[in-house]
Design a protein around this ligand. Structure first.
Ligand code: SF4
Length: 372
């Protein structure tokens, strides 16, 4: 059987980073900066040039515009961004924009609808207004409700909300409320990420701690049970979706496929090179895009493949592994797989292995044992 090389497969995904925010949140470690029109104007011109320098093929199926806060752009610049992307979204199945609730206006929703955007991802984090204020967010839960209502009115039927697990003062009771609140709004997809305190953030300087492992696990356990009862499928460690509403774009990453990353600080994976763009706006605006590159050889690729695919409920499909690496995964790891199945961490079917919920919670152990 010929070994498949990703380099020969059409690239189907684009990530575009818009680094501007109207305000900076206390926990944020993303590449971002305060919005100033003068920077944004130049940035869009440079972004257009970067995208055009790649000769993007006509095979793109998903586009994800993240940030920063894409909706922080003023309406005319927001429209310009949609126009820059337009040549690439002819055949897309999923086209997502990240938004903050306070800046997701009806005008922007209508523009997005007109330009083919079909999924919105809202940064909610918690539904407790006092906590939102303390962590430097500028929206309230009322803004979230209005944003979701408006998005539905304009015709968006695929909405994600992000929540953070382990924010200060968000213990079990508040987290339960957060989940109940967002589920009651009828969202289609929920991402719950555990708080990480990065150096150089206000959280770090204030000495705020990451949640203890037991609390994190308790909250994930609750999310798992509550969201299942409410019709969501836990399809990736931190992501739950109504059936059919799994993020196609993010699945590109988790299947370890190639994708373009455009914009300041964006990461991409093209022609077996993983790259990260510069996080300096002045460098980016002067056309010096790439900062770091890593040539992924076959051994690295096998490890990435394991690390990424095991995050999901699809797991590792034996025929795909054989096609990609020319190796019978089941045969090579038979003993380890049987042991992990007996420990309740993996499920083995005719064509694949995939992690149980408990397995997802100890992903590092699974990766270590299956990569030996
Ligand atoms: S809005 Fe998002 S990207 Fe901007 S500072 Fe807050 S968390 Fe970071």
């Amino acid at each position: 059987m010929p070994i498949r090389r990703k380099i020969n497969r059409p690239v189907e995904a684009i990530y575009i980073h818009i680094p501007f925010c109207q305000h900076i949140c206390d926990y944020c470690d993303f590449p971002k900066l305060q919005y100033f029109r003068i920077f944004a104007d130049k940035y869009l011109a440079s972004l257009k040039k970067e995208i055009e320098s790649y000769n993007v093929p006509d095979t793109i199926k998903t586009i994800y515009v993240g940030g920063g806060t894409p909706t922080a752009l003023e309406d005319d610049l927001f429209l310009e961004l949609l126009k820059i992307i337009k040549p690439y979204n002819n055949k897309v199945e999923e086209y997502t924009f990240e938004a903050n609730p306070e800046s997701l206006s009806l005008e922007k929703l209508q523009l997005m609808k007109e330009y083919g955007v079909n999924r919105i991802s809202l940064g909610v984090q918690t539904t407790n207004d006092d906590v939102l204020k303390k962590i430097g967010r500028k929206h309230t839960f009322k803004d979230v409700k209005t944003a979701i209502l408006n998005a539905r009115k304009v015709g968006f039927d695929n909405l994600n909300v992000d929540l953070i697990i382990g924010l200060p003062e968000v213990e079990k009771e508040q987290f339960q409320k957060d989940l109940a609140n967002v589920v009651s709004l009828g969202v289609d997809h929920i991402s719950c990420y555990s708080l990480t305190v990065h150096p150089n953030t206000a959280f770090f300087l204030k000495g705020i701690n990451e949640p203890k492992e037991e609390l994190s696990r308790e909250l994930y356990d609750y999310a798992e049970q509550f969201l299942k009862e409410n019709g969501f499928v836990h399809y990736e460690i931190s992501n739950w979706a109504k059936p059919g509403k799994e993020s196609k774009h993010n699945l590109t990453y988790w299947k370890d496929e190639h994708y373009y990353g455009f914009g300041m600080g964006a990461a991409g994976y093209i022609e077996d090179i993983r790259y990260t763009n510069t996080k300096s706006i002045s460098k980016y605006n002067s056309g010096k895009y790439r900062d770091e590159e890593e040539q992924v050889d076959r051994k690295d690729d096998m490890l990435y493949y394991l690390m990424l695919n095991l995050r999901t409920n699809r797991g590792i499909e034996f025929s795909d592994y054989l096609y990609r690496f020319g190796i019978n995964f089941l045969q090579v790891h038979q003993e380890t797989i049987s042991r992990l199945v007996n420990q309740g961490l993996l499920v083995l079917t005719e064509d694949r292995i995939y992690p149980t919920y408990d397995g997802m919670m100890v992903l590092d152990q699974l990766i270590m044992e299956l990569s030996e």
